[in-house]
Every structure is written in structure tokens, then in C-alpha cells.
Design a binder for this molecule. Sequence first.
Ligand code: GRF
Length: 195
Amino acid sequence: MHKIKTAVLISGRGSNMMAILKATQNNDYPAKLNIVISNKPSAEGLKKAEEFGIKTVVLDHKAYKNRHKFEKDLDAHLRASKIQIVCCAGFMRILSPWFVKRWEGKLLNIHPSLLPKYKGLNTHKRAIESGDTIHGCSVHFINSELDSGKIVLQKSIEILSDDTPQSLSERLLIKELEAYPQALKKIANELIYSK
Ligand code: GRF
């Protein structure tokens, strides 16, 4: 079976990356995880990926003179591994229009809100403070505006009366870990069948 070569970009814990990794171990899954790239040398997710024999690369953004040089290197690593889909998963760098254009239609992100609500940070706190009863996560394409690209898949949960941002984020993470592998499967299949 032809599998879509995939990269996951992380900055931290890497639980979404692990959910994708586990999904890719299924023979019928249409994508393969070829490389995990972190902009933070200390990202916990790096070790987890290595334990599963996945290639990891650290591109410490602080070591680069500017964003473009960092992104040129990131792009070069992705192309060297012949990557077809890039999944940002807790990747805490904003990507420039130059990079986004180069990976248009192949660049996904997971955001912990029901977009278009609560773009940016502190989504759980903002949902609780707005009195929302439903919260969720969105897997979406990245375009040149923050958290604004086409939505691939959303999952929602109820906000309970005693929820804190912490408890809400913990419950939502369970949904995120289902959502990202499902969304990647959908996009990878689309790519396979469009050929
Ligand atoms: C997730 O909640 C994701 O929605 C947000 O950052 C978190 C990353 O967690 N953008 P992890 O690194 O995948 O564990």
C-alpha cells in the first residue's frame, strides 16, 4: 500500500504526535511518520519518537538569525525526507507566508477550540469565561492568517459547571488525540486518490 510521507512538527510534550505515530503503525493507515522536527531541544516528544525509531531533528529557532533562515532549513529537511504532509502538533512557531505558500494544502494544525472561536492562546479559559457550554478542537489547514485555514475536522465536548481551564484541557486532549489521526487519514487518502 502506498503511504503518504508525513512529518510532525512539535515544541513540547508530543501527545498528538504520539497519537499520529500509533495510527501510522496500522497497516491500513494511509500515512507513514517519517520525521519529527522540534524547534525546542528539550521537547519531551523527541525522546518518545526516538523510542519508536522515528527520525528526529532539532532546529533550535534561537540559533537562527531570523525566521526566514529557520524556515529555509525546516523546508530543506522536509524536502530531503520527501515529505508530502506536514502536521503541526503543539508547534509554537508562527509560520511565515513564504513557508505557508510552499506547503499550501499540505500543512495541517490542531487547535484547541471550535474555530473560528478563540483563535490564539488560552482557549480553554476564554471558553469558560464566555459562559460557553460546548468546547472542542479543530484540525485545520494552515493559511497565512493565524488559526484561519479550512477546517478538516472538529470534535466537541461539554463544558461542565466545575470545569477549570486545566480540567477542560485534559478532557479535550482525549478528543484531540482521536481527531488528528482521523483528519490526517482523510487528507492522506484524498492525496492518494487524487493521483
Ligand atoms: C494541544 O493541546 C494542541 O491543541 C495545542 O497544543 C497542545 C499540544 O500538546 N496546540 P502535545 O504537544 O501534542 O501533547
